[in-house]
Ligand binder design. Structure first.
Ligand code: UGA
Length: 449
């Protein structure tokens, strides 16, 4: 069986490493952060992800996974290394490649000492051209060896979602292998066939720049699909009786559209869509092309925040001194991640307008406290969050919020105004008992005589 290593311990690195180890591969994960290493080797993930902790405990105990400081051991003791370091944004939206650069240099230095061949796989999201120009060049320069001959190189994008990372790693819709040469692509294909056995998903083999662009295309398409349904939602709100959930249900039946990623809301956030769309715009512009569709998608996503604030303003007339309850802070359910979360944008805007905020989330409270400190109030339950609020906004559709009844709002709030940003509640039931405003829902139709 192959021995694999992962350089970089974010979501992708750690979740994929845990899955490889659980399939019986001897797996090493490396980072330069000794604190993280200590946690991993105790079976404690540095972030929340469903199923990860039990998986980690299992593979640490059976010694299939080991976390180490630095890259050397990871490269020398395995035959395949995945680069899974972060690729954050520069202020202009372009990708900051310093971790990829640093890592490829370090791997190159170790490859110099390695007698056997090695397969290097870039999994970090990088602009087309990066793997061949930056990674290959550094690997060859530092090792004194030739790519395709002494070591192999692939780009292999990742499509896992936070909150579903383990399931997605075990059940991907497809795998993309961008190979430097045929031998490189075949080596990675063999590894994935060993991983998935008889349940192998379709494997698309191509050259490296195409594979690099597939990652951006996939994320840009999904973000645009959500923005499309949000646009229809905004139109619905202007038409009495119109309902975006019915429209999504209907158009989702067309197999060319499909029902996934058609849930209207307050916009998309997270560590991937915002960063990757900005990067796609930045590198397209650099190539002399203005990707107007992607620019419009980003602009429309920002506007979704503005429209939400306008909805509250319309109800409360002024926001000055009013208390707004924010239900849900993570960028989506089942994660404590608040990167580019809609909640933070909404809270910032409301604070600017002079509103007071009380916030609650089942998982993300520690992270949100680091951002807003004493500027907002924190509640320990949904109903405590609603206490004396003038308006509530449901931002993230956690299961816990779905159980709330109209009375939880009417009995706790000063004014029972609810903005359901994720279409969690039954409009008929809620409209009878409180002022219920929902994304993509027109005012109720007058009953027909
Ligand atoms: C996204 C992609 O879905 C993954 O395939 C990809 O691997 C990942 O980015 C990445 O590049 O690493 P993720 O950001 O974890 O995954 O989360 P998603 O489930 O895609 O959600 C992103 C945002 O879209 C969230 O704010 C979510 O609330 C929103 N969303 C999603 C909607 O508003 N409506 C939907 O129907 C679906």
């Amino acid at each position: 069986m192959h021995k694999v290593s992962f350089v970089g311990m974010g979501y992708v690195g750690l979740c994929t490493a845990a899955c490889f180890a659980n399939k019986g591969f001897k797996t090493i994960i490396s980072t330069n952060d000794p604190k993280k290493i200590e946690m991993i080797n105790k079976g404690i993930p540095p972030f929340y992800e469903p199923q990860l902790e039990e998986l980690l405990k299992k593979v640490i105990k059976n010694k299939n996974l080991k976390a180490v400081v630095g890259r050397k051991e990871a490269i020398l003791k395995t035959d395949t290394s995945f680069i899974t370091v972060g690729t954050p944004s520069n202020p202009d939206g372009s990708v900051n490649l310093r971790f990829v650069e640093e890592t490829s240099k370090e791997i190159g230095k170790t490859l110099k000492k390695k007698e056997d061949g090695h397969l290097v796989v870039v999994k970090s999201t990088v602009p087309p051209g990066t793997t061949e120009k930056l990674v290959k060049t550094n690997l060859e320069k530092q090792s004194g060896k030739t790519c395709g001959k002494h070591f192999l190189l692939c780009f292999n994008p990742e499509f896992l979602r936070e909150g579903n990372a383990i399931y997605d790693t075990l059940n991907p819709d497809y795998i993309v292998i961008g190979g430097y040469n045929k031998k490189s692509a075949e080596a990675l294909e063999t590894l994935y066939k060993e991983f998935h056995k008889e349940n192998s998903p379709p494997i698309i083999k191509t050259n490296i720049p195409t594979a690099e662009l597939i990652k951006y295309a996939n994320n840009a398409f999904l973000a645009t699909k959500i923005t499309f349904v949000n646009t229809i939602a905004n139109i619905c709100e202007k038409i009495p009786g119109a309902d975006v959930t019915k429209i999504a249900e209907a158009i989702g039946k067309d197999h060319r559209i499909n029902p996934h990623f058609l849930n209207a809301g307050l916009g998309w956030g997270g560590s991937c869509f915002p960063k990757d769309l900005k990067a796609l715009i930045a590198f397209s512009k650099k190539l002399g092309y203005n990707p107007t569709l992607i620019q419009a998608t980003c602009k429309a996503n920002q506007d979704q925040i503005k429209f939400t604030i306008q909805k509250i303003q319309k109800e409360l007339k002024t926001l000055k001194g009013k208390t707004i309850a924010i239900l849900g802070l993570s960028f989506k359910p089942d994660t404590d991640d608040i990167r580019e979360a809609r909640s933070t944008k909404i809270i910032n805007q409301l604070l600017r307008e002079g509103a007071k905020i009380t916030a609650y989330d089942p998982m993300a409270m520690p992270n949100i406290k680091k951002v807003f400190k004493e500027k907002i109030k924190y509640a320990s339950s949904p109903t405590k969050c609603l206490k004396n609020a003038d308006c509530a906004i449901l931002v993230t559709e956690w299961e816990e919020f779905k159980k709330l009844k109209p009375e939880d709002f009417t009995q706790n709030m000063r004014e029972s105004i609810l903005i359901d940003g994720r279409r969690v509640y039954d409009p008929q039931e809620f409209s009878k008992k409180l002022r219920y405003i929902a994304i993509g829902l027109g005012e109720p139709l007058k009953p027909q005589l």
